[in-house]
Design a protein around this ligand. Structure first.
Ligand SMILES: [Zn+2]
Ligand SMILES: [Zn+2]
Length: 281
């Protein structure tokens, strides 16, 4: 698939019929990969004298020095996208999934999809978008897919640093580990919190999936409050309606959510089951 409409990168041949000038492609039918891989396009890689060996430089006899290979810029840009997607921790099945290839026949999904599109398209005019999104619905309603698609698009379009995290596994549990003397995370509480606070766009998946303790709720509040104060965008997915937060953490989480997040209820039947084959080819 060519990525022309999803990225401003133009390191390929402008007339190339495969990449439309981007320099690399998303190859979707790849064994052992549910969401495809990025491949250098033949318009830059085919006759390339460096043979794809980093740092993609070749010796130029007439100038008696090393010069960037024809493939250099395309490979660097491809590598940067791969790096950002990997660093973001997007689950394998949602890597490189984008908003343009989703079934939006369900009305509630369409509304959420529209809003996701707005964040992505209007990113540069930040005052026009809300600081958060609270996507809630049952298992398989497509909320994680949508949240990850927003991250993929922000990486492809703007090269942003993003992070995907499951609230228990990646946030609360790692903080708990940092209290354990034998853990390699011992003493790292502030570092972990800073990573979550600083990243430009954060997806918190399964927000409030478990009955949390007062300690956990106060951690959650601190996190979304810090991000709110620092004007960072936070996307939350949850099984529970926002009103369920009213009696937790003295209502502080609820009032923050009301202020910062657009709330969207996905009430489609199991999106994952009914669309399991969609978007994989
Ligand atoms: Zn090409
Ligand atoms: Zn080369």
């Amino acid at each position: 698939m060519n990525l022309k409409n999803l990225t401003p990168i133009r390191e390929g041949s402008p007339s190339c019929k495969f990449c439309a000038g981007v320099g690399f492609l998303l190859e979707e039918n790849v064994k052992n990969s549910s969401s495809g891989v990025l491949l250098l396009c033949s318009c830059v890689g085919e006759s390339c004298p460096c043979g794809g060996k980093a740092p993609y430089m070749v010796y130029d006899e007439s100038q008696n020095r090393m010069l960037p290979c024809v493939c250099h810029n395309a490979r660097m840009e491809l590598g940067k996208v791969e790096y950002l997607v990997k660093k973001a921790g997007i689950p394998a099945r949602y890597k490189y999934r984008t908003l343009d290839r989703m079934d939006t026949t369900e009305l509630s999904f369409l509304a959420a999809h529209d809003w996701a599109n707005d964040i992505v398209i209007q990113w540069k005019e930040r005052e026009r978008i809300q600081q958060g999104l609270y996507l809630w619905g049952g298992t398989g309603s497509g909320k994680t897919l949508l949240a990850c698609a927003i991250l993929n698009e922000l990486i492809l379009r703007y090269g942003l640093e993003c992070k995907y995290a499951k609230i228990n596994r990646d946030f609360l549990s790692t903080i708990r580990d940092s209290y354990q003397k034998e853990s390699e995370l011992h003493g790292m509480e502030q570092t972990i919190k800073k990573q979550f606070a600083d990243v430009e766009v954060l997806v918190l998946d399964d927000f409030g999936a478990n009955k949390e303790s007062d300690w956990a709720n106060s951690q959650l509040y601190d996190l979304i409050d810090t991000r709110y104060e620092e004007e960072k965008v936070t996307i939350l997915t949850s099984n529970i309606p926002p009103t369920d937060w009213k009696d937790k953490a003295e209502g502080r989480i609820f009032s923050r959510l009301m202020e910062m997040a657009k709330q969207i209820h996905l009430d489609c039947p199991d999106y994952r089951l009914s669309h399991s084959a969609f978007g994989t080819h």
